[in-house]
Design a protein around this ligand. Structure first.
Ligand code: CAA
Length: 240
């Protein structure tokens, strides 16, 4: 039987590309989304992939949402924690709400999804969790103390949970994308973005499908020996 995957924030941008890559690999895919009904509807019509709405930053809603997916589609074998938001601004200007919302959704979402799905993966002795971190969680970024902290937290979360899952066949890995041509990056002011792109050795923004390939690799059956790792896909912008 095909594995079942859920991709949070899966109806557009990098999440949509991940859904398509997993579908291409023969996985039964379900997308979660937080708000944009119109994009979600268009996504399902285009791909045939069902989309379930809930806020991954909400603990109870996430438990209930995953339970519904399990009843309607089947046990969840693969979780891709992709949902994320930005609320950029220098610390001077950042409100507590901008801080809290980014931590709650970007980092809290990973915890909530793992609480919903990890115990059963552990029991079934097979699971894949891929968390989408960021170059800005590795290197920091001016105007993003909230986002950089959340993404950096995701990288730590990944390494800790990988240790807990290892002997149960549950791998936990992260991808650290650089700047990808999605709506999120399009929101960066043009002059700021130009400077950022000039520092990418490959000389362009990345494409969503280039992140999705990495996720599909980590989710594959023969990805079983890769755990606790972070795969950087950033055009050479940050190397270490
Ligand atoms: N390093 C040092 N100084 C910087 C700087 C940097 N990287 N960027 C801006 N500054 C300085 C400017 O030179 C300017 O200085 P002066 O006032 O002395 O001229 C000052 O900071 C203010 O800059 P802005 O005019 O840009 O200030 P603002 O308040 O209008 O905007 C900001 C600040 C919201 C942070 C804006 O610069 C911005 O949006 N930056 C981009 C942040 C970013 O990269 N976000 C990534 C989003 S995509 C993403 O997150 C996906 C992913 O995972 C990669």
């Amino acid at each position: 039987m095909a594995r079942v995957a859920i991709v949070t924030g899966g109806t557009r941008g990098i999440g949509k590309a991940i859904c398509l890559a997993l579908q291409e690999d023969g996985v039964t895919v379900v997308a979660n989304y937080g708000g944009n009904e119109e994009k979600a509807k268009a996504f399902t019509e285009e791909t045939g992939i069902p989309a379930y709405k809930w806020d991954v930053g909400d603990h109870q809603a996430t438990l209930a949402g995953c339970e519904r997916v399990e009843q309607e589609v089947g046990p969840i074998d693969i979780v891709v924690n992709n949902a994320g938001i930005t609320r950029d601004g220098t610390l001077q200007r950042m409100s507590f709400e901008d801080w809290d919302e980014v931590i709650r959704i970007n980092l809290g979402g990973c915890f909530n999804m793992a609480k919903a799905c990890f115990p059963a993966m552990r029991e079934r002795k097979w699971g894949r969790i891929v968390n989408i971190g960021s170059i800005n969680g590795q290197a920091g970024q001016y105007g993003q103390v909230n986002y950089a902290a959340a993404k950096s937290g995701i990288h730590g979360f990944t390494k800790a949970l990988a240790q807990e899952g290892a002997k149960y066949g549950v791998t936990v890995n992260a991808i650290a994308p650089g700047y990808i041509d999605t709506d999120m990056v399009a929101a960066v002011p043009e002059n700021v973005l130009q400077k950022i792109v000039s520092r990418i050795p490959i000389g362009r923004l990345g494409h969503a499908h280039e992140i999705a390939r990495g996720v599909a690799f980590l989710c594959a059956e023969d990805g079983a020996f890769v755990t606790g790792s972070t795969l950087s896909i950033n055009g050479g912008q940050h190397m270490y």
